[in-house]
Design a protein around this ligand. Structure first.
Ligand code: SF4
Length: 396
């Protein structure tokens, strides 16, 4: 028989340069990095240390903290020291939220990466006609920004640390707004101006973000940024996120809509899901997005039919039982199907299948092969036995 053509469904990631943040690498083909941010006041040293540990323990690979004042910047030394006793490998990013160069310079000594927002480097022209900028006025302000930013760039470069140029749609600088509008173009130009300053100082440990609270704006901005960077031969990795996504189901869906759309295009090297909930809640969402797209496999992949009138057992309950029994395993695909109406192919080539057979009985599959029929009451136990027989079980 003729060989079936195969379509490669793997996501082709945009080629980016590797940027090291402590012991974690963003970009360069490394797995998409999961990050989040503590919401403790950084001046609360013990609270911050505990929050960073909590996040790290559940899989947050880079932790961000806010550094709004010099006092906050200084306590980062102590926070790092306390973490170092047991958690020396947690890379920390400091958010310096305004044009506070002294703060940024201080905190850069203690942590692995500084995040700046170009929109907050404000040098607007003083005259009354602020509706447009001549090229000379635009460039003059650009030069002031360069002078202000240069010491931080040099400090990070000399310490081999990293910087995120984090543009936010909601806080574009006035001259960018007047020149390019409140648009993805304005966001991209804002980032490019800062990238060029860094490059002119021979600093390329950069990660770029283009966050917006509206998903279509965020998606358009990141796509344009990726395109422009590639055209310019600037292969910087991108940090993805939807700002102010809110909470609950819609917050998760909104974040996923923006982040997953871009990841499916191959865009994005690190992600943060921003929820108005404790940051620990963000981490499973990040990993679920990456798992669903086949970018990282960190848990069991469950395949289950939605159930219908043909379903031969309580599918919701059984799926719950199977999940509870196997959720600690990694690297497995397990299907739970109400019946085998259209053949085992519907199980999406799962490693194991639990399938309704006849009333009161289920069949266990290994791949497409039916292994045995057992009473439904023994289904979950027998599934575990099968996984054990195959040597793929580990105790929780
Ligand atoms: Fe219904 Fe069977 Fe399809 Fe499940 S697999 S939805 S039980 S027909």
């Amino acid at each position: 028989t003729a060989e079936q053509p195969t379509i490669d469904t793997t996501i082709k990631r945009r080629k980016t340069r590797p940027v090291k943040v402590g012991n974690i690498t963003i970009g360069g083909g490394y797995p998409v990095v999961v990050q989040s941010m503590i919401n403790e006041d950084t001046l609360d040293i013990d609270g911050s240390v505990a929050a960073i540990r909590r996040l790290h323990e559940i899989g947050c690979e880079i932790v961000r903290v806010t550094v709004p004042s010099m006092a906050h910047a200084k306590v980062m030394a102590e926070i790092k020291q306390k973490l170092n006793k047991t958690y020396q490998d947690v890379p920390i990013v400091a958010d310096v939220h305004h044009n506070g160069m002294k703060i940024a310079l201080e905190v850069a000594k203690h942590i692995e990466k500084v995040r700046i927002n170009p929109g907050l480097y404000v040098f607007e022209k003083p005259n009354s006609n602020r509706s447009e900028y001549t090229k000379a006025e635009f460039d003059e302000i650009g030069e002031k920004i360069r002078e202000t930013l240069a010491p931080l760039v040099v400090s990070l470069r000399d310490q081999d640390k990293a910087m995120r140029i984090g543009v936010n749609h909601g806080s574009l600088a006035e001259r960018m707004l007047f020149t390019y509008g409140d648009t993805p173009e304005g966001m991209v130009e804002s980032a490019l101006e800062f990238i060029r300053i860094c490059e002119s100082l021979d600093f390329r440990n950069l990660v770029i973000s283009m966050k917006a609270s509206r998903v279509p704006v965020m998606v358009a901005a990141y796509r344009l940024m990726a395109q422009r960077l590639d055209e310019l031969g600037m292969n910087y990795p991108l940090h993805l996120g939807v700002t102010e996504a809110g909470d609950g189901e819609y917050g998760r869906i909104k974040s996923t809509a923006g982040i997953a759309t871009l990841l499916a295009d191959g865009i994005g090297d690190t992600i943060r899901v921003s929820l108005t909930e404790p940051p620990e809640k963000e981490i499973p969402v990040c990993y679920s997005i990456l798992q669903a797209l086949g970018l990282r496999k960190t848990m069991v992949e469950y395949v289950a039919c939605p159930s219908c009138g043909r379903t031969l057992f309580n599918l919701e309950e059984v799926l719950h039982q199977v999940r509870e029994a196997t959720k600690h395993l990694t690297g497995l695909d397990i299907a739970v199907m109400g019946c085998i109406v259209n053949g085992p192919g519907e199980m999406a080539d799962a490693d194991y299948g639990y399938v309704g057979k006849t009333p009161g009985y289920i069949s266990l599959y290994r791949g497409r092969e039916e292994i045995k029929k057992v009473p439904e009451t023994q289904g979950v136990e027998e599934l575990i036995n099968l996984i054990k027989t195959d040597g793929r079980w580990v105790d929780p």
